[in-house]
Write a protein that binds this ligand. Structure first.
Ligand code: MRU
Length: 373
């Protein structure tokens, strides 16, 4: 996507140095800082501390992390045990998003088919690049399949703006290009459909007010930042036509893990008869599980992310303490929205209802390894 006229992605490999580089998302929208990932430790730190974040992006970072593990240790790169243990460490960086395990395992399995060190490095890099490019195309297709849903509302409203509510950041910063939830919005705007986006600020790290608002602004999309608690009120007053969110892991039966607060939006949407769509590439489905509440691990992050809030102060990005110094805080980073609250999924293969049979008929080739609840 373009930032001030320049093509940008949140992750890339620098052609001259062959180093993996990323946008450090912790400082957006106030500072655009680029960071190199020089080692597996750097990559794990970037994923854990959310230098890079968003399910498809951490899948891509994990995939490139396998390549990084091979170049950082050229004396150990041909050693299978070393490679497998570095991949284990990468996959342990965050627990909820499916894409991280999917991306790491996919590159690992290709790398292990080569015994020769040079061939192994090349195969790992080629596979990681393939993942990056495939995910970019998947997001573009999500945009194309999501377009008719927005178009239909626009026609019904006779061209009046379609009001879309979104939570967290499921745009190109969280993916490679376009985004998941935001891909249909960008495609609608590019097709001259008038839209307006309600952007949940998404406490505690404000991926909505910092990242989604920044992305939309750079693309010239009309948007308004709201508090996380405002959704129910604006839905009751006819100010939301559709909710579109992304997901970090979705079960084969359609339960959706996404940023904390998503479940409440889905409940409010159901109560107000507002369609609630989830946009995702197939890499985000967990084909092994059906019951998301019982089986999706929910990350608990540092309580200081709740206690301190970050913003721009006198030209510097600063953090300030909000609650009393002695108060405890708990930071549950994701929640699970049951399939019964989801109107449909927008995927790279089309749109389907949130039932196991509809999902599996869109993805008949995806097999469950093991079956748990
Ligand atoms: O903690 P984050 O910022 O990595 O969480 C990201 C989300 O919850 C997104 O909604 C999700 O990854 C959507 S897919 C682009």
């Amino acid at each position: 996507m373009k930032v001030d006229g320049k093509d940008m992605r949140p992750i890339w490999v620098d052609a001259a140095s062959e180093m993996v580089q990323v946008i450090d998302q912790r400082f957006l929208p106030h500072k655009l800082i680029i960071k190199s990932l020089n080692s597996v430790d750097d990559t794990i730190h970037a994923i854990k501390e959310m230098v890079v974040r968003g399910a498809p992006l951490i899948g891509a970072a994990g995939a490139l992390g396998v390549y990084i593990s091979l170049v950082q240790e050229n004396n150990k790169g041909a050693d299978n045990d070393y490679l497998i243990s570095e991949c284990r460490r990468l996959k342990d960086a965050r627990p909820t998003a499916m894409n991280l395990f999917w991306g790491v395992d996919r590159v690992l399995s290709v790398a292990l088919t080569h015994e020769n060190y040079g061939a192994r490095v090349k195969a790992a890099l080629d596979e990681a690049f393939k993942i990056v490019e495939e995910e970019a195309v998947n997001c573009q297709k999500i945009g194309e399949y999501g377009l008719p849903i927005i178009e239909e509302i626009s026609k019904r409203k006779k061209g009046e703006p379609v009001n879309i509510l979104t939570h967290c950041n499921a745009g190109w910063l969280a993916c490679i290009e376009y985004g998941t939830a935001m891909a249909p919005m960008y495609t609608a705007v590019d097709n001259h459909i008038d839209i307006h986006v309600w952007v949940d600020e998404t406490r505690p790290l404000n991926q909505g007010s910092r990242l989604t608002a920044w992305e939309l602004g750079k693309h010239g999309v009309r948007h308004t930042v709201i508090t996380d608690n405002a959704g129910g009120h604006i839905m009751q007053h006819g100010m939301v036509d559709i909710v579109i969110v992304g997901t970090d892991r979705t079960t084969r039966a359609g339960d959706v893990a996404n940023k904390i607060g998503t479940y409440l939006k889905a409940l409010a949407a159901k109560d107000n008869n507002i369609p609630f769509y989830v946009a995702l590439p197939s890499s985000t489905f967990d084909w092994d599980i059906t019951d998301g509440i019982a089986n999706i691990p929910i990350e608990e992050r540092d309580p200081d992310e709740i206690r301190y809030i970050q913003g721009l102060c006198n030209g510097k990005v600063e953090k300030v303490l909000v609650p009393p110094e002695t108060s405890n805080a708990a930071n549950h980073a994701f929640d699970v929205t049951p399939a019964r609250l989801v109107t449909g999924f927008i995927t790279e293969r089309g749109v389907c209802r949130a039932t196991e049979s509809d999902i599996m008929s869109l993805f008949p080739d995806k097999k469950s390894g093991k079956k748990t609840g």
